[in-house]
Structures are given as C-alpha cells and as structure tokens.
Design a protein around this ligand. Structure first.
Ligand code: AMP
Ligand code: ZN
Length: 115
C-alpha cells in the first residue's frame, strides 16, 4: 500500500487529472490513454484486485458502476457506447495493483483509434 501509486493519487501525493471524486471513489484520466477517452474509476480504499474484495466492500463496488455511468455521461460517450473492464491479476495484464475499472470510448469522435 505504501508504494501503491493509486493510493498516492488518492492521498494527493501524486498528481492526476481527476474527473470525479467523493468519499469512497475517485476517477482519473489514464496517463497513457488507449482510446480517445480513457478513464480509471477506483475505490479510495486499497484493494489489490478482485481476489481481495470483501463482503463489506459490496456497497462501494456497486457504487463504482454508478460512477462509471456518471463519468461516461460527463465525457459525452454514454450515447455512443464505451467499454468497461477490470484487469485482475498478472495474467490479465494488471500492472497497478489497486483495483480499478477502465472506461474507454470516444472512437466515433476520433476514429483513428482502434481499441
Ligand atoms: P492495469 O493494467 O489494469 O493495471 O492498468 C493500469 C493503468 O494505469 C494503465 O492503463 C496505465 O496507463 C495507468 N496509469 C499508470 N500510472 C498512472 C498514473 N500515475 N496516472 C494515471 N494513470 C496511470
Ligand atoms: Zn492502493
């Protein structure tokens, strides 16, 4: 946790472009976007991946999807559509071990992207 870059962003110790924040959840712009719009939505509380979630996280986990809905609408990709995914564990390509949802979209606005 001490070395977790997303915990550092949560604590304001590393910069990020925030698009949403509340008591439980933050959403930021991905630093290396793989689509015209690429956002990361995550709980403030450190959970390494889906293998670490607990029953007590149920409410925040549900709320993450409502935040996805909001940030997608704010980014104006809700109508055209967008991808939401979680890389959980090494084999899935997870590189930052603080649970986060990827939100990708906006291809119609910048069609050269092909993700
Ligand atoms: P994952 O493979 O699911 O762990 O994805 C981690 C994502 O975090 C990648 O898309 C990275 O580009 C992104 N990322 C890494 N460091 C930062 C950072 N400091 N600010 C924003 N996004 C980051
Ligand atoms: Zn963390």
């Amino acid at each position: 946790m001490d070395e977790c870059i997303f915990c550092k962003i949560v604590l304001g110790q590393l910069p990020a472009k925030f698009v949403y924040q509340d008591d439980d959840i933050i959403a930021i712009k991905d630093i290396h976007p793989k689509a015209p719009i690429h956002l990361l939505v995550m709980p403030r509380k450190h959970r390494e991946s889906l293998k670490d979630i607990k029953r007590e996280d149920q409410e925040v986990l549900g709320k993450l999807l409502l935040v996805v809905q909001k940030v997608a609408a704010d980014a104006k990709i809700a109508e055209d559509g967008y991808k939401v995914f979680i890389n959980s564990g090494h084999d899935a390509g997870q590189i930052v071990f603080h649970l986060h949802l990827h939100v990708l979209g906006g291809w119609k606005k910048a069609p050269r992207w092909d993700v």
